[in-house]
Design a protein around this ligand. Structure first.
Ligand SMILES: C[S@@+](CC[C@H](N)C(=O)[O-])C[C@H]1O[C@@H](n2cnc3c(N)ncnc32)[C@H](O)[C@@H]1O
Length: 218
């Protein structure tokens, strides 16, 4: 499933900010459809992907499993986490960074999507609906103190329906800075909407939603 309107823009963004070249070793965490891996493997064969679900397309170097339980590839030059939803593990960033601090080379970079729902006051939120070919998805987003929760009702064309709820981490900058410091990373830059020219400055930090942070291993 596609989680961003134009995945090719994301691929071009990753190539640029992670300096991907034919000898780079790259890891996609929560690789979803596999599109990004497939495209980046045209630049370097050493693009690895991990996801609990199988990709939609055929890709090499894919590991099916949870990022919290598998051994990550070593000597990584780059890692990216695009739209990272970890379900019940939404708050396990400490463990994740502990693992990354071992697997990422010194000077290696990470792209981390930070959905910046700080924009919404606690208790606030918004509603959204998407009409697709065979289903309608109604989403109710509610901001909690450490997370954003999305309660979803999916109605299919045979009138059956399912309900689910997803939750993802909302970082405060102080919390994120402490995490980076603890595991030997630093923040280089933040970008909005996968646009290398749209650098997020500090005053926008809490307001721009589609924000990707570029981190480096010290
Ligand atoms: C919102 S999707 C994003 C997919 C892809 N990165 C993209 O942007 O198109 C989040 C992905 O994380 C995966 N995921 C959830 N928990 C995971 C875990 N513990 N380890 C690895 N992947 C996980 C899901 O299966 C899903 O494919």
């Amino acid at each position: 499933m596609q989680y961003y309107k134009n995945q090719q823009i994301q691929v071009d963004f990753l190539k640029k900010v992670l300096d991907i070249n034919p000898s780079s070793r790259i890891l996609d965490i929560g690789s979803g459809s596999g599109y990004h891996i497939q495209q980046l493997q045209q630049v370097t064969p050493a693009v690895f992907g991990v996801d609990i679900k199988k990709p939609d397309c055929k890709v090499d170097n894919f590991i099916q499993g949870s990022v919290f339980s598998i051994d990550l590839p070593m000597d990584l030059d780059g890692v990216y986490l695009l739209a990272p939803f970890f379900g019940k593990d939404w708050d396990r960033y400490d463990e994740l960074f502990a693992k990354l601090s071992v697997s990422v080379k010194s000077g290696g970079k990470i792209v981390l999507d930070v959905f910046n729902f700080n924009y919404y006051p606690i208790g606030g939120g918004f509603k959204d609906f998407r009409v697709l070919k065979k289903k309608i998805i109604l989403s109710d987003f509610v901001r909690e103190s450490q997370a954003m929760v999305c309660n979803r009702l999916i109605k299919f064309d045979d009138w059956s329906e399912i309900k689910n709820s997803i939750k993802w981490k909302v970082f405060s900058m102080t919390e994120l800075d402490a995490l980076l410091l603890k595991y030997g990373f630093k923040s280089l830059q933040s970008f909005y909407d996968y646009n290398v020219h749209d650098v997020v400055n500090d005053s926008q930090v809490l307001t721009k939603q589609k924000r990707s942070m570029l981190l480096a291993k010290l």
